[in-house]
Every structure is written in C-alpha cells, then in structure tokens.
Design a protein around this ligand. Structure first.
Ligand SMILES: [Cu+2]
Length: 482
C-alpha cells in the first residue's frame, strides 16, 4: 500500500493531497472495500439507456446518451465521486458485428459524466488495460495537475493502479474525456467519453430544452472478418461511428412534436464531419468554449465539426416525420468495404462480382449502374462484417451505414420525463397525398429543354455528348476522392 500512496502523492501534488489522504484513511477503516472507492458500475448493453435523474445534489434535466448511458455517482461529504475503469471491452458496432475495443466500465465509449456548474467532483480511474493510461478532461478549467497529460502533469497510471482526479466543474457546457497516454492507440481503440456540465442557475445563453441528447463521433479501421481495430490508421478508416455504433445500429432520436431539442456532439475522429439535418434548421448554441451568445448565432442545416471540437445544436422539432440526420461526407455513411472499390458504372459485370466473391470473400465491386444494387444484393460476407450499405425502411433498402440515423418527430410521443419518453415510435405514417409518387398514366411531362452548351465546357466542342462520355469512362475515376 505504501507504493500506491507514494504514487498518488506524486501524481496529485499538494492541492489534492487531503482528498487522497481521505480516500486512503477510508480504506483503512473499511479494509474490505478496495480503497473505499465507489463501486464501479458496468454496462453490458449498447442500447440507449434512460437519462439518469439526479438522486442528489443540484437538480437538472439529464441528457440522453445515444447508444450509451450516464455514470452514477456517490455523494460523499458534498463531493460527487465517480469510478471509471479503463479496460478491454467487446462492443457491438451494429447487429452482426462485434469489435474488441478498449473503453470504460464495460463499453466504448465510456459512460457520460453529468454534473452541475460549481460541483466538486472526484473521479477514481482504475487502469485494467494492458498498458499505462491517463484521463484528460477535454475543455475543462481545472488545476494544471488534474489535466491528465501523462508525463507533463502526472505520471501515467500504471497497470492495476487507481488514480484520483479532483476538481470543481467551473463552467457549464459540453466536454469530453479521453486518455493522454499512448493517445493514438488508445483513442483508435475506443477510449473516450462524454461530459456535460449543466448551469447552476438560469443562464442567459443556455435555453431550457425538452430533449438533450449527446454522442461522440468516432472511427475504426477493422478489416472485414476481423474484430480488433488497426491502430496506426490515420485517414482510411472503414467504420464511421457515433458512440462506437454504425447505422443501422444507431438508435433513432425520438422526440415529441414541438419539442426544443439540443444535440451535443464531440468529434474524436481524425477528420471533420459536416453534420446535416433534414426538414429543420438548427442553430449552434454552444461550442467547446461554452454557450454562444444569441446575437452570434445563425440558422443552418449543416455544421462542420472539426477534430477535437464539441458543438451543441438546437432546433424546434415542428415538422412531423422521420428525418434523416447524418454526416454529409458520403463516405462516412458507409460501412466497411466502401473503400478502394473501382468505379464500374457503365461496365457490364453480370455475375462477375458474385463469382469472384465465391473465391475471395469480401470482394465487392461497384455495380454497373451505381452502388444501390449492392445494397439490395445478398453478398457472402466474412463473419463479423457489416454490409457496406444497409438498413431497411418502410419503402425498401435505405442503403446507408456509418454516421446516419433518423430524428422521429411525433405528436403522440410521450414527453422526455415520461418513462416511455424515448421509445421508438416506429416508422412515420405519412398523411395521404404527402409522399412522392410515381407519374400517373395519361399525365404529361412539362418540356425539359436541354441547357445550351457552355462555350467554356468540352474544349470548345459544342454539344453535351462528349462531356457525358468523359464522366462515364471507367478508369478515370478508379478511386473515390477522399
Ligand atoms: Cu463524417
């Protein structure tokens, strides 16, 4: 025990020593419990868990973590005590595929930590990984020695040891946590979590919302048929996920008509994600730096979230229906095997792909008329591999994967505080006459004159044919642009 005490002393420095001593003496009083620290709470399912109503402390409206959960705490002499366990986990990315990741308390990402501005928090981090780790509290104002940068502000947490972080959540907003030790590997393996600090009193730039939802953007590179991510990948990830889930494994966001909805998003991938909503406009009401003053907001339907950033978007869900909500980089709404596929548009393949697939499981070529047909095709996939594009809606294949879900707006959705407030209402039933229809018999088309050829296009050769030919020629577009 003296080694541990020395370690903690070294790790935490003067300001936190009293807290450390308190933890150690508590352990002496109750030798049966490990350091007297809060029982670690584990999660075994990737399903969205109901928001955690605060049992004590200042009240707030809790957030819903998409395909995730909120970490319970123990209140001890006015301090909120949490216990994070860094450990290898198995995470179902979507039905049909499980990944061997690293995470916290049984899942990747870890649980959401939710506190109130002014709360003093004490977080025990137990390292059950096969290597050292640390936790950085991304975006927080805190004493330098609590910032979690191994080597710089503390020694890395050795395997099997527990480190104690303690600070006051000084400003309200949207935050993340992740390791700052062997960071590239540990984040590529799924180590991250969300953090929300609610304002302690009404704040001029923070609205009361009916729904408050959060998730992290993350990405993995897992070979078809494999289950462990490749950790050296810098750009060419093949699984684009929200909270380590890919569509159709991402739950829908189910809201009541007229609700003011806040969605908090943090980006811990290695590229930016333009997040796009259908049928509504939103405003960015907060960034990693805090709430955005109302005079500085503007309406949009897509906002880019760069690497390491957090964004809060808000809108009033006043249009009924099932609205797509997704990253607008089309590569990011595809699952594994969407990459390095040659462009075969216009090339007759007949059953070539099926034949090759018999020899090389996992081989996939683009279809003759685009990739939609691949979404309908039942290809032989290696075990534990998600189809590139999948999901079935009320009108057929959705042909999406990755960073995609729906916002379901319903009049009869119970309010968020109701036990069933977040239930999936099923598919939208469109009122008669409000769905795009096929042209009827006897209906005539309006004239569709072709635009005159631009003098700048096609190297001064008039007519559109040559331009069209160039676009269709295979080989010139053998790879997708990234
Ligand atoms: Cu994206």
């Amino acid at each position: 025990m003296s080694t541990r005490r020395l370690f903690l002393r070294g790790a935490l420095g003067g300001a936190a020593l009293s807290a450390t001593h308190a933890a150690l003496s508590a352990e002496r009083v109750r030798p049966g419990s490990l350091l007297g620290l809060p029982e670690p709470v584990l999660q075994t399912t990737p399903d969205t868990q109901a928001p955690l109503a605060p049992p004590n402390g200042r009240p707030y409206r809790p957030v819903l973590t998409l395909n995730g959960w909120t970490l319970p705490w123990r209140m001890k002499e006015g301090v909120k005590e949490f216990h994070l366990v860094a450990e290898p986990v198995v995470r179902e990315i979507a039905p049909g595929m499980k990944a061997r990741l690293w995470g916290y308390n049984g899942q990747s990402p870890g649980p959401t930590i939710e506190v109130v501005e002014g709360d003093r928090v004490r977080i025990y981090v137990t390292n059950k990984l096969p290597e050292v780790t640390s936790v950085h509290w991304h975006g927080q104002r805190l004493p330098n020695g609590m910032d979690g940068v191994s080597g710089l502000t503390q020694p890395a947490i050795p395997v099997g040891q527990t480190c104690v972080y303690e600070f006051v959540a000084r400003r309200p907003g949207t935050f993340m946590y992740h390791p700052h030790a062997d960071e590239m590997v540990q984040m590529a393996m799924g180590m991250m979590g969300f953090w929300v600090t609610h304002p302690k009193q009404p704040h001029p730039h923070i609205a009361q919302v009916d729904r408050d939802i959060c998730f992290l953007l993350n990405a993995y590179d897992i070979e078809p048929g494999a289950s462990t991510p490749k950790v050296n990948t810098m750009l060419d990830f093949n699984l684009w996920t929200w909270n380590s889930r890919a569509f159709p494994g991402i739950d829908s966001i189910n809201v009541r008509h007229g609700d003011r909805v806040r969605i908090r998003i943090g980006n811990l991938t290695m590229t930016n994600h333009p997040m796009h909503i259908h049928g509504h406009e939103f405003e960015v009401t907060g960034t990693d730096g805090g709430p955005v003053p109302k005079s500085a907001r503007w309406p949009e339907v897509t906002t880019d979230i760069a690497v390491g950033q957090m964004r809060q978007i808000e809108f009033v869900a006043d249009e009924l229906g099932d609205w797509a909500f997704h990253c607008h980089k089309s590569h990011h709404t595809m699952n594994a095997m969407g990459h390095d596929v040659p462009n075969m548009i216009g090339v007759k393949q007949d059953d070539l792909a099926r034949e090759i697939n018999r020899l090389v499981p996992g081989y996939m070529a683009m279809g003759e008329a685009g990739m939609h047909e691949m979404a309908e095709m039942e290809m032989d996939l290696p075990d534990n591999t998600l189809p590139m594009m999948t999901g079935t809606g009320p009108f057929g294949p959705i042909g999406m994967g990755g960073m995609f879900t729906t916002v379901k707006v319903r009049k009869d959705q119970p309010p968020a505080s109701h036990p069933d407030g977040h239930r999936d209402p099923g598919w939208y039933r469109h009122p008669k006459g409000t769905v795009a229809r096929f042209m009827g018999e006897g209906e005539t088309l309006p004239d569709a004159p072709r635009a005159p050829a631009s003098p700048h296009a096609g190297h001064a050769h008039p007519g559109g044919d040559e331009v069209e030919l160039k676009v269709r020629k295979p080989g010139h577009h053998g790879h997708h642009g990234h």
